[in-house]
Design a protein around this ligand. Structure first.
Ligand SMILES: Nc1nc2c(c(=O)[nH]1)N[C@H]1C(S)=C(S)[C@@H](COP(=O)(O)OP(=O)(O)OC[C@H]3O[C@@H](n4cnc5c(=O)[nH]c(N)nc54)[C@H](O)[C@@H]3O)O[C@H]1N2
Ligand SMILES: Nc1nc2c(c(=O)[nH]1)N[C@H]1C(S)=C(S)[C@@H](COP(=O)(O)OP(=O)(O)OC[C@H]3O[C@@H](n4cnc5c(=O)[nH]c(N)nc54)[C@H](O)[C@@H]3O)O[C@H]1N2
Ligand code: SF4
Ligand SMILES: [Mo]
Length: 587
């Protein structure tokens, strides 16, 4: 059966993000959600095995019936299985077709593989063993309040963490995604090096010397990730990239990078989440499913919370969801509008035409949506006191990419002739917005910055991570605060497995599989402090709640920087020191 394959977030997948060394992670990422009628036609039932084939590869998944999807579309949680069958073309934007992949599905008797099996086939090594955590029962009990959550772009800063004997015992107020990160014990305590397929522990000093050698000797080094670390560490990373004449890219290139490209063309009618909470009477999530990807967004900032001028919570607000699936967010919305995959550009254009008084010029349906519903939506937005449009990666990773976002911004501009309307991209990682702040501040560009010419150069589709790896251009890679092993298309990982790759990560990740060296560090927001930028660009101080005695990203990167500066004098070092205080302000 021919199908359109789309992938994205589920709660169960998100809860496993910090347990990638465990079977439960692969169990969730090997699921394939299929419409019940399609399952009948395939002669399959829930739990049966399905083979998904694309022009890139084939992979086995476990059938999960799901009537949120229309016939002919399947949904896979993002992870190693989805990426094993995805090609690495980014259509000149840096972001691949995560939401728009054509393929076929048939029944099979073969069972699914684990994520690690996939990485080993792509050229990686087996999972290293994770040391058992030291359990000290009955030590001092400390309760720390107003802790910020280092998981998603909501950066909720009202968590209460209870620490006993140096270990985290409980986390209150967080959603299940956030708590699972705090409670994860998949931590490495010493650097490990890949010795012909098996793992050997090395000292921190030796690990840093090796990293320096690899980075300084490379012709076209790539420094990728950065969304999972602090703004301070990002600044040091940019200095390393400049010193070695490398390319530095962050997760936004594969995520909301196209939103930034749209903003570069059309501007950004943004606002803080506080303004939405206090004022918005119309809230729209478009191509975003926050109930599974930003679980507290609706209750903390937009819909269910009372605000200064909205004292009846959701009774004072109308919630609209536009998606290709009837997601869990769509199910609680006042109005769910199902758009045909890749049809958003046409829908934004239609809404703009209606606002300009040209409803008559439209067809009876636009991308599967009846004209009357679009007229209703245009009226709702026009008559709002304060409207807030939140855009997700359903827009940036589907057909249209940055043009979708540009058109959405132009729609919001049009609405601002009638009322107050704002647009906010639903930024994914807790500090992916920080990467755009630090990169833009220090280099002039938000991501994909190439220093090989001695001055910063930026061209999405050329200087972005997937494109450099697809073309086999990068000859060494530093991965920090991202996990390409789990999240980049197969071809990128196959290349990473052939070049010297260094991973700096507090947790075992699938990228560990093809790392020559994995340097464990303190985790920002858990065992060290740092600055993060919320999705609305408000900076938030991340707290340290425990001490595991590990060096921080900032410390490891500063040592690498000092040593590469001695070795690579030929590149000018012009970037000023990061404008952050040496010691964090007392909180
Ligand atoms: N549980 C969990 N939460 C996470 C993460 C995680 O891995 N797991 N990752 C974080 C990250 S990095 C990010 S960027 C955010 C992403 O958060 P979201 O933007 O919510 O991400 P997705 O679920 O990938 O995609 C959103 C929606 O786009 C829809 N969609 C697909 N194609 C189209 C289309 O053509 N048009 C429209 N309108 N919609 C379409 C999908 O059906 C899906 O419901 O989540 C963050 N939070
Ligand atoms: N099929 C499919 N694939 C996708 C997507 C999709 O929708 N479908 N979405 C894409 C998107 S939007 C994105 S952003 C990517 C997800 O992008 P990734 O960045 O790969 O997401 P994570 O697996 O959360 O990786 C974050 C890494 O940072 C590490 N980390 C956490 N805290 C710290 C810290 O303090 N310091 C350091 N150094 N590291 C830390 C974690 O252990 C983890 O390994 O996936 C992309 N891949
Ligand atoms: S919504 Fe996001 S920031 Fe808030 S607790 Fe959940 S994962 Fe953490
Ligand atoms: Mo993302």
């Amino acid at each position: 059966m021919n199908v359109l394959i789309t992938s994205g977030r589920t709660i169960a997948q998100g809860r496993q993000l910090y347990y990638k060394d465990m079977p439960g992670y692969s169990y969730e990422t090997a699921r394939c959600f299929v419409n019940s009628f399609d399952l009948l036609e395939l002669g399959a039932a829930s739990g049966d095995y399905l083979l998904l084939s694309t022009s890139t590869a084939e992979e086995v998944f476990v059938a999960t019936p799901c009537d949120d999807l229309v016939s002919g579309t399947v949904f896979i949680p993002c992870g190693p299985h989805a990426n094993a069958i995805l090609h690495a073309t980014t259509r000149g934007t840096g972001a691949p077709d995560y939401k728009w992949l054509k393929g076929t599905v048939t029944r099979t008797d073969l069972p699914p593989r684990s994520g690690w099996d996939i990485l080993v086939e792509e050229g990686g090594a087996v999972c290293p063993s994770v040391p058992a955590p030291s359990e000290e029962d009955g030590g001092e009990v400390v309760t720390i309040c107003d802790v910020a959550c280092p998981l998603c772009g909501c950066l909720c800063d009202d968590l209460v963490v209870r620490v006993e004997g140096g270990s985290i015992r409980s986390v209150d107020n967080a959603c299940s995604l956030g708590s699972e990160k705090f409670l994860s014990q998949s931590r490495l305590m010493r650097p490990i090096a890949n010795d012909g397929g098996s793992w050997r522990t090395v000292e921190f000093g030796e690990a840093i010397r090796y990293a320096v050698e690899v980075l300084a000797d490379a012709e076209r080094p790539l420094l990728f990730g950065w969304s999972g670390t602090s703004a301070e560490a990002q600044c040091t990373g940019i200095q390393i990239a400049e010193t070695i004449g490398g390319v530095i890219d962050n997760c936004s290139s594969i995520c909301h990078g196209p939103s930034i490209m749209g903003i570069q063309e059309a501007g950004h009618p943004g606002c803080t989440l506080g303004a939405v909470k206090n004022r918005a009477d119309v809230v729209i999530y478009w191509g975003s499913n926050p109930i599974e990807s930003h679980p507290r967004h609706l209750s903390r900032y937009t819909t269910f919370v009372n605000g200064k001028y909205r004292d009846n919570g959701h009774h004072d607000r109308t919630l609209v969801v536009v998606d290709i699936r009837e997601t869990d967010t769509a199910k609680i919305a006042d109005e769910f509008i199902r758009v045909r995959p890749g049809g958003d550009y046409a829908v934004f254009s239609a809404l703009r035409a209606i606002l300009k008084g040209h409803a008559d010029a439209l067809h009876t349906t636009v991308a599967g949506i009846p004209r009357e519903r679009l007229v209703w939506l245009a009226d709702l937005c026009k008559n709002a006191r304060f409207g807030a449009l939140f855009t997700g990666i359903g827009l940036t990773q589907s057909r249209g990419r940055y043009k979708n976002v540009k058109n959405a911004i132009q729609l919001v501009d049009e609405l601002n002739r009638h009322t107050k309307f704002t647009l906010t991209p639903m930024r994914g990682h807790w500090n992916v917005n920080g990467t755009n702040q630090t990169f833009s501040f220090l280099t002039g560009y938000p991501y994909g910055v190439d220093f090989s010419r001695g001055t910063p150069y930026y061209n999405p589709g050329e200087t972005t991570a997937i494109d450099l790896l697809r073309r086999g251009e990068a000859d060494a890679c530093l991965i920090i605060g991202a996990d390409p092993g789990a999240h980049l298309p197969r071809r990128c990982n196959e290349h990473l497995a052939t070049i010297p790759t260094i991973v700096i990560d507090p947790f075992v990740s699938l990228s560990t599989s093809f790392a020559d060296l994995h340097i464990p560090v303190a985790c920002v927001g858990i065992d060290c402090a740092g600055t993060g930028y919320r999705m609305d660009s408000v900076p938030i101080r991340m707290k340290k709640v425990i001490d595991l005695g590990l060096p921080t990203d900032e410390e490891v990167l500063s040592q690498i920087l000092a040593q590469v500066q001695k070795r690579c004098r030929h590149y000018a070092v012009t970037i000023p020191r990061a404008p952050y205080p040496e010691t964090p302000p007392a909180s």
